[in-house]
Design a binder for this molecule. Structure first.
Ligand code: UDP
Length: 464
């Protein structure tokens, strides 16, 4: 019987690809493991075709059917786009059966949960399976998540005063306006995630000391966990880059970059969900033109009906065709960042985008849009010091002047030069962390060794 590690992904390709990458990494450290990746599959969706993934043959996939929560089946009140946080709970019965069945044919050594699947601990605790979390964002935002009780305590205060400042170990002082939004019961969910993570057997984080040093120290010293218990070990294994969107150059971005001078182009790309109103797109276009910098802009709009030409200022595409390229919806971001012609990146501060920029030594302008991205901006600008902050108005709008000025500052100023040098140094240290005997390599070795040495778990008995 083989030693098996179960990786329980959350919904969405980004989450799944992170888990696949983690599976690949585990196998490079210990090829004797068998990896089973559970894919939550809401009953109203089609199954993802896993045959196209082409990963290590020791990785197998299992679709876990889940009936999506409705207002009658859940007591947790979340807006539709955040119900993903309540999904795993509705698959717990099936998870129980699957884990029992896996343990009939293999030694189940551990389960790793995407942090969004926190409610799966109801099953893993019952079955007494060593339970780890994979936190795919940065260590500093994790410090804040683990302190969500402090956030809740301050809630009434900051609702009254609009905003107040919070001190959390591992991250520079930040305003409550920079917290991830927590509509409905999401605050309660964050508290539960924080509690379940604190009680877990370990937390795996996609980061490393060169990127998140102070936050990692705070976590390792237990400053972020409840005092009454021993903090779980943290395993910082990053930067792990997963190719989530396919790297096909359908739009010809890479060949266009081939014709541009070294480090001259600014990439503007806003993750898998970032989209803008027509008014904001117009403003970005005007700002880019004013900045006089070369650019590659991935445009996604709120409006499905209007063509690119209609969304942008009249004549913009024609006027900028020598200096700029505009691509609709999607571009191979990681490959673009690794191209020598790219010298700057206006980013929504999604953690994968940040890691991709660090690994290629590309300095950033930080324009956060959703989730924990405003906290990431604090970290990028004040702690890592590898980006410039873009200032938005209260409703999130960014003016053409602000965008143009920051892009120019990044590409063309002493400060921009300092930031570039800093991120190039960080790139070297981040790459070293992943090399043999680097800190991330050693962390993964410790983790896989501890799994290997764990006594064989037999959770199956005819009565369970
Ligand atoms: N991405 C891409 N092309 C695009 C937009 C995004 O390849 O046009 C990739 C990007 O390289 C990153 C991921 O999608 O790997 C986005 O992850 P991130 O954590 O930055 O943001 P999220 O989409 O989760 O908000």
């Amino acid at each position: 019987m083989k030693d098996t590690i179960v990786l329980y992904s959350s919904v969405g390709r980004g989450h799944l690809f992170s888990m696949i990458e983690l599976g690949n990494l585990i196998l490079t450290h210990n090829p004797s493991f068998s990896i089973k990746i559970l894919i939550p599959t809401p009953t109203n969706t089609t199954k993802i075709d896993t045959t196209t993934f082409g990963c290590n043959s020791s990785i197998t996939f299992h679709h876990l059917p889940i009936t999506p929560p409705s207002s009658t089946t859940t007591t947790i009140n979340l807006p539709p786009h955040l119900r993903i946080f309540d999904l795993a709970r509705h698959g717990n019965l099936n998870l129980h059966h699957v884990l029992q069945s896996i343990s009939k044919t293999s030694f189940l050594k551990a389960i790793v949960l995407d942090f969004m699947n926190y409610s799966a601990t109801e099953v893993t605790t019952t079955l007494d399976i060593p339970t780890f979390f994979y936190y795919t964002a940065g260590a500093a935002s994790l410090c804040v998540l683990l302190h969500w009780n402090i956030v809740e305590q301050n809630k009434t205060r900051f609702i009254k005063d609009n905003h107040t400042y919070l001190e959390v170990p591992g991250i520079p002082r930040f305003s409550t306006q920079e917290l991830p939004p927590s509509p409905g019961d999401l605050g309660k969910v964050f508290l539960q995630i924080s509690a379940n993570m604190s009680e877990s057997d370990g937390i795996i984080i996609n980061t490393c000391n060169a990127i998140d040093g102070r936050a990692i120290k705070a976590l390792e010293e237990g400053l972020c966990f409840p005092e009454e218990r021993n903090p779980p070990p943290v395993f910082c294994i990053g930067p792990v880059i997963s190719v989530s969107g396919g790297e096909k150059d359908d739009n010809g971005c890479l060949s266009w970059l081939d014709s541009q001078p070294s480090q001259s182009v600014v990439l503007l790309s806003f993750g898998s969900l970032g989209r803008f109103s027509k008014t904001q797109l117009m403003e970005i276009a005007i700002g880019l033109e004013k900045s006089e910098q070369r650019f590659l802009w991935v445009v996604r709009s709120d409006s499905d009906e209007e063509s690119l030409k209609e969304l942008l200022p009249q004549g913009f595409l024609e006027r900028t065709k020598e200096k700029g390229m505009v691509v609709e919806n999607w571009a191979p971001q990681a490959a673009i960042l690794s191209h020598d012609s790219v010298g700057g990146f206006v980013t929504h501060c999604g953690w994968n985008s940040v890691l991709e920029a660090v690994c290629e030594g590309v300095p950033m302008v930080a324009w956060p849009l959703y989730a924990e991205q405003k906290l990431n901006r604090v970290v990028l600008v004040k702690e890592m010091k590898v980006g410039l902050a873009l200032k938005e108005s209260e409703d999130g709008f960014v003016s053409a002047t602000e965008l143009g000025d920051r892009v120019k500052e990044l590409m063309n100023s002493e400060k921009g030069k300092e930031i570039r040098e800093r991120i190039l140094n960080m790139k070297v240290s981040a790459v070293e962390a992943r090399e043999e005997d680097g800190s991330s390599y050693s962390a993964l070795n410790r983790l896989t060794k501890s799994w290997k040495e764990k006594d064989h778990l037999s959770i199956f008995s005819p009565n369970t």
